[in-house]
Design a protein around this ligand. Structure first.
Ligand SMILES: [Zn+2]
Length: 88
């Protein structure tokens, strides 16, 4: 009978190798997110056409805000889909 359950003190920090993600726009020194460049915006949009959150793409808060505005503009200009075709 184990009265004293020892919790393993191994934290998975070392095993999880976190990639250091940096904001793509900050790296390229691109200040303005161009809504007309839909190829670039498509990287930040999922296959269903949804905006990928910044915790996944690594975009900084400032550029994520600009990106969201740019994607919404691009949708309005029919450069990006609001909803992509559903995968069956
Ligand atoms: Zn940035």
């Amino acid at each position: 009978m184990a009265f004293h359950r020892q919790r393993p003190n191994q934290r998975q920090q070392n095993s999880q190798q976190r990639k250091k993600r940096t904001c793509r726009f900050c790296d390229n020194k691109e200040f303005y997110v161009d809504y007309k460049n839909e190829k670039k915006l498509q990287r930040f949009v999922s296959e269903q056409g949804r905006i990928i959150p910044k915790r996944i793409t690594g975009t900084c808060a400032k550029h994520q805000r600009m990106l969201v505005i740019a994607i919404k503009r691009a949708r309005h200009m029919a450069l990006l889909p609001f909803v992509a075709d559903a995968v069956k």
